[in-house]
Design a protein around this ligand. Sequence first.
Ligand SMILES: [Zn+2]
Ligand SMILES: [Zn+2]
Length: 252
Amino acid sequence: MSTYDERLASFAPRKLKSSKKTTINALLAKGWPHPTSASTSNGRPYKATPTTLADAGFYFDPRADKVDNVTCFMCDHSLAEWTPEDDPFEEHLNMGSKCAWAIARCSIELNRQLDGSFVFRSEDRLPTAKVMEKARAETFRGHWIHDSVKGHTANSRKMAKAGWTFNPGEAEDSDIATCYYCGKSLDGWEAGDDPLAEHRKRMPKCPMFTAQLVEEGGPEPTLPDPVPIPLPPASSSSSAPKKQAKSRRIEP
Ligand SMILES: [Zn+2]
Ligand SMILES: [Zn+2]
Protein backbone atom coordinates (compact mmCIF):
# COMPACT_ATOMS: atom_id res chain seq x y z
CA MET A 1 0.00 0.00 0.00
CA SER A 2 3.00 2.27 -0.39
CA THR A 3 1.72 3.74 -3.65
CA TYR A 4 -1.10 6.23 -4.01
CA ASP A 5 -2.71 4.10 -6.72
CA GLU A 6 -2.79 0.99 -4.52
CA ARG A 7 -4.37 2.91 -1.66
CA LEU A 8 -6.95 4.55 -3.93
CA ALA A 9 -7.89 1.18 -5.47
CA SER A 10 -8.45 -0.31 -2.00
CA PHE A 11 -11.60 1.82 -1.60
CA ALA A 12 -13.28 0.47 -4.75
CA PRO A 13 -15.69 -2.48 -4.51
CA ARG A 14 -13.57 -5.63 -4.84
CA LYS A 15 -14.14 -8.97 -6.51
CA LEU A 16 -12.64 -11.38 -4.04
CA LYS A 17 -10.97 -14.63 -4.99
CA SER A 18 -12.12 -16.28 -1.79
CA SER A 19 -15.75 -17.36 -1.80
CA LYS A 20 -15.85 -17.29 1.99
CA LYS A 21 -18.75 -15.19 3.12
CA THR A 22 -17.02 -13.45 6.00
CA THR A 23 -18.07 -10.06 7.28
CA ILE A 24 -14.78 -8.53 6.13
CA ASN A 25 -15.14 -9.98 2.63
CA ALA A 26 -18.66 -8.59 2.41
CA LEU A 27 -17.39 -5.15 3.43
CA LEU A 28 -14.51 -5.27 0.94
CA ALA A 29 -16.90 -6.35 -1.82
CA LYS A 30 -19.06 -3.28 -1.14
CA GLY A 31 -16.16 -0.85 -0.98
CA TRP A 32 -15.99 2.46 0.85
CA PRO A 33 -19.33 2.91 2.69
CA HIS A 34 -19.47 6.74 2.54
CA PRO A 35 -19.94 9.05 -0.46
CA THR A 36 -16.97 8.71 -2.80
CA SER A 37 -16.96 12.29 -4.01
CA ALA A 38 -17.01 15.54 -2.10
CA SER A 39 -20.19 16.76 -3.78
CA THR A 40 -23.10 14.49 -2.99
CA SER A 41 -26.71 15.08 -3.85
CA ASN A 42 -27.98 13.30 -0.74
CA GLY A 43 -26.71 14.83 2.44
CA ARG A 44 -23.58 16.67 3.37
CA PRO A 45 -20.35 16.25 1.44
CA TYR A 46 -17.63 14.25 3.13
CA LYS A 47 -14.11 15.64 3.33
CA ALA A 48 -12.92 12.04 3.61
CA THR A 49 -13.22 10.55 0.12
CA PRO A 50 -11.10 7.76 -1.39
CA THR A 51 -9.00 10.47 -3.09
CA THR A 52 -8.28 12.52 0.02
CA LEU A 53 -7.87 9.43 2.23
CA ALA A 54 -5.37 7.82 -0.16
CA ASP A 55 -3.49 11.09 -0.45
CA ALA A 56 -3.37 11.32 3.36
CA GLY A 57 -1.74 7.86 3.45
CA PHE A 58 -4.76 5.69 4.24
CA TYR A 59 -6.07 2.51 2.64
CA PHE A 60 -9.46 0.87 3.23
CA ASP A 61 -9.14 -1.73 6.00
CA PRO A 62 -12.67 -2.53 7.30
CA ARG A 63 -13.27 -4.43 10.53
CA ALA A 64 -16.41 -6.28 11.59
CA ASP A 65 -17.22 -3.56 14.11
CA LYS A 66 -15.67 -0.64 12.16
CA VAL A 67 -17.04 -0.66 8.63
CA ASP A 68 -15.19 2.51 7.59
CA ASN A 69 -11.83 1.72 9.17
CA VAL A 70 -8.75 2.97 7.32
CA THR A 71 -5.08 2.31 8.09
CA CYS A 72 -1.97 4.34 7.32
CA PHE A 73 0.57 2.58 5.07
CA MET A 74 3.44 4.12 6.99
CA CYS A 75 2.56 4.18 10.72
CA ASP A 76 -0.09 1.39 10.66
CA HIS A 77 -2.44 3.46 12.82
CA SER A 78 -6.15 3.08 12.07
CA LEU A 79 -9.08 5.47 12.10
CA ALA A 80 -12.82 4.80 11.81
CA GLU A 81 -16.27 6.37 12.29
CA TRP A 82 -15.74 9.17 9.78
CA THR A 83 -18.14 12.11 9.84
CA PRO A 84 -18.58 14.61 6.99
CA GLU A 85 -16.44 17.19 8.80
CA ASP A 86 -13.46 14.91 9.46
CA ASP A 87 -10.49 15.96 7.35
CA PRO A 88 -8.18 12.97 6.65
CA PHE A 89 -5.06 15.18 6.62
CA GLU A 90 -5.95 16.83 9.92
CA GLU A 91 -7.08 13.57 11.55
CA HIS A 92 -3.88 11.81 10.55
CA LEU A 93 -1.76 14.58 12.03
CA ASN A 94 -3.87 14.59 15.20
CA MET A 95 -3.54 10.84 15.77
CA GLY A 96 -0.66 11.46 18.10
CA SER A 97 1.74 9.28 16.17
CA LYS A 98 4.97 10.74 14.87
CA CYS A 99 4.15 9.38 11.43
CA ALA A 100 6.49 10.77 8.78
CA TRP A 101 3.68 10.83 6.22
CA ALA A 102 1.43 12.79 8.58
CA ILE A 103 4.14 15.41 9.05
CA ALA A 104 5.72 15.47 5.58
CA ARG A 105 2.48 15.19 3.60
CA CYS A 106 -0.63 15.84 5.71
CA SER A 107 0.54 18.89 7.66
CA ILE A 108 1.04 20.76 4.38
CA GLU A 109 -2.71 20.73 3.68
CA LEU A 110 -3.40 22.54 6.95
CA ASN A 111 -1.25 25.42 5.78
CA ARG A 112 -2.78 25.58 2.30
CA GLN A 113 -5.39 28.24 1.60
CA LEU A 114 -8.25 27.87 -0.85
CA ASP A 115 -6.47 29.98 -3.45
CA GLY A 116 -3.51 27.56 -3.30
CA SER A 117 -1.26 29.92 -1.38
CA PHE A 118 0.26 28.99 1.96
CA VAL A 119 0.19 30.59 5.39
CA PHE A 120 2.77 29.36 7.88
CA ARG A 121 2.13 30.34 11.48
CA SER A 122 4.52 27.90 13.12
CA GLU A 123 8.26 27.77 12.62
CA ASP A 124 8.09 23.95 12.78
CA ARG A 125 5.84 23.92 9.73
CA LEU A 126 8.00 26.01 7.44
CA PRO A 127 9.12 23.84 4.48
CA THR A 128 12.74 24.36 5.49
CA ALA A 129 12.15 23.42 9.17
CA LYS A 130 14.30 20.58 10.50
CA VAL A 131 11.26 18.58 11.64
CA MET A 132 9.78 18.74 8.11
CA GLU A 133 13.09 17.79 6.51
CA LYS A 134 13.48 14.84 8.91
CA ALA A 135 9.98 13.56 8.12
CA ARG A 136 10.63 13.82 4.38
CA ALA A 137 13.90 11.92 4.83
CA GLU A 138 11.98 9.20 6.69
CA THR A 139 9.76 8.57 3.64
CA PHE A 140 12.86 7.59 1.59
CA ARG A 141 14.43 5.35 4.24
CA GLY A 142 15.08 1.83 2.99
CA HIS A 143 13.33 2.48 -0.34
CA TRP A 144 15.46 4.98 -2.22
CA ILE A 145 17.46 3.11 -4.84
CA HIS A 146 20.06 5.88 -5.21
CA ASP A 147 21.16 5.56 -1.57
CA SER A 148 23.02 2.37 -2.50
CA VAL A 149 25.09 4.20 -5.12
CA LYS A 150 28.23 5.61 -3.59
CA GLY A 151 28.58 9.34 -4.14
CA HIS A 152 25.12 9.76 -5.73
CA THR A 153 24.22 13.43 -5.34
CA ALA A 154 20.47 12.76 -5.34
CA ASN A 155 20.67 10.74 -2.12
CA SER A 156 17.75 10.73 0.26
CA ARG A 157 19.35 13.24 2.63
CA LYS A 158 19.82 15.82 -0.13
CA MET A 159 16.40 15.05 -1.62
CA ALA A 160 14.70 15.69 1.73
CA LYS A 161 16.69 18.86 2.31
CA ALA A 162 15.58 20.12 -1.12
CA GLY A 163 11.88 19.61 -0.28
CA TRP A 164 11.27 16.25 -1.95
CA THR A 165 9.21 13.41 -0.47
CA PHE A 166 9.39 9.83 -1.73
CA ASN A 167 6.21 9.03 -3.64
CA PRO A 168 6.73 5.51 -4.96
CA GLY A 169 5.20 4.15 -8.13
CA GLU A 170 4.49 0.51 -8.88
CA ALA A 171 7.91 -0.36 -10.33
CA GLU A 172 10.49 -1.87 -8.00
CA ASP A 173 13.09 0.71 -9.05
CA SER A 174 10.68 3.62 -8.88
CA ASP A 175 12.37 6.90 -7.95
CA ILE A 176 9.49 9.34 -8.13
CA ALA A 177 9.88 12.22 -5.72
CA THR A 178 7.22 14.84 -5.17
CA CYS A 179 7.23 18.29 -3.64
CA TYR A 180 3.83 18.49 -1.98
CA TYR A 181 4.00 22.28 -1.73
CA CYS A 182 4.21 23.03 -5.46
CA GLY A 183 3.00 19.62 -6.69
CA LYS A 184 6.04 18.97 -8.89
CA SER A 185 7.07 15.32 -9.34
CA LEU A 186 10.34 14.18 -10.85
CA ASP A 187 11.89 10.78 -11.50
CA GLY A 188 14.93 9.40 -13.33
CA TRP A 189 17.40 10.94 -10.88
CA GLU A 190 21.00 10.63 -12.04
CA ALA A 191 24.30 10.74 -10.20
CA GLY A 192 25.36 14.35 -10.47
CA ASP A 193 21.84 15.79 -10.22
CA ASP A 194 21.44 18.53 -7.65
CA PRO A 195 18.00 17.99 -6.03
CA LEU A 196 17.79 21.60 -4.83
CA ALA A 197 18.82 23.11 -8.16
CA GLU A 198 16.38 20.85 -10.06
CA HIS A 199 13.58 21.98 -7.77
CA ARG A 200 14.40 25.69 -7.91
CA LYS A 201 14.95 25.69 -11.67
CA ARG A 202 11.48 24.25 -12.33
CA MET A 203 9.47 25.82 -9.52
CA PRO A 204 11.21 29.01 -8.40
CA LYS A 205 8.05 30.24 -6.66
CA CYS A 206 7.59 27.06 -4.60
CA PRO A 207 7.07 27.75 -0.88
CA MET A 208 10.32 25.85 -0.34
CA PHE A 209 12.07 28.99 -1.59
CA THR A 210 9.58 31.71 -0.73
CA ALA A 211 7.77 30.74 2.51
CA GLN A 212 7.75 33.23 5.34
CA LEU A 213 6.50 32.91 8.86
CA VAL A 214 3.31 34.85 9.59
CA GLU A 215 3.51 36.11 13.15
CA GLU A 216 0.64 35.35 15.53
CA GLY A 217 -1.70 38.32 15.52
CA GLY A 218 -0.71 39.14 11.97
CA PRO A 219 -3.35 39.74 9.33
CA GLU A 220 -5.81 36.84 8.98
CA PRO A 221 -5.95 35.39 5.50
CA THR A 222 -9.38 35.84 3.97
CA LEU A 223 -11.06 32.58 3.11
CA PRO A 224 -13.62 32.51 0.33
CA ASP A 225 -16.64 30.21 0.56
CA PRO A 226 -15.79 26.53 0.25
CA VAL A 227 -15.97 25.09 -3.23
CA PRO A 228 -16.45 21.42 -4.09
CA ILE A 229 -13.28 19.42 -4.53
CA PRO A 230 -13.02 18.47 -8.22
CA LEU A 231 -13.45 14.80 -9.04
CA PRO A 232 -10.40 12.89 -10.20
CA PRO A 233 -10.47 11.43 -13.72
CA ALA A 234 -12.82 8.42 -13.88
CA SER A 235 -10.08 6.01 -14.76
CA SER A 236 -6.39 6.28 -14.47
CA SER A 237 -3.85 3.54 -14.88
CA SER A 238 -0.75 5.65 -14.66
CA SER A 239 1.54 4.90 -11.80
CA ALA A 240 2.74 8.47 -11.78
CA PRO A 241 1.65 10.39 -8.72
CA LYS A 242 -1.47 12.40 -9.27
CA LYS A 243 -1.47 15.79 -7.79
CA GLN A 244 -4.58 17.85 -7.63
CA ALA A 245 -5.21 21.28 -6.32
CA LYS A 246 -7.01 20.88 -3.05
CA SER A 247 -9.92 23.16 -2.44
CA ARG A 248 -10.69 22.81 1.18
CA ARG A 249 -11.59 25.16 3.93
CA ILE A 250 -8.81 25.32 6.45
CA GLU A 251 -10.23 25.64 9.93
CA PRO A 252 -8.45 28.29 11.96
ZN1 LIG B 1 0.66 7.42 9.41
ZN1 LIG C 1 8.14 22.59 -4.66
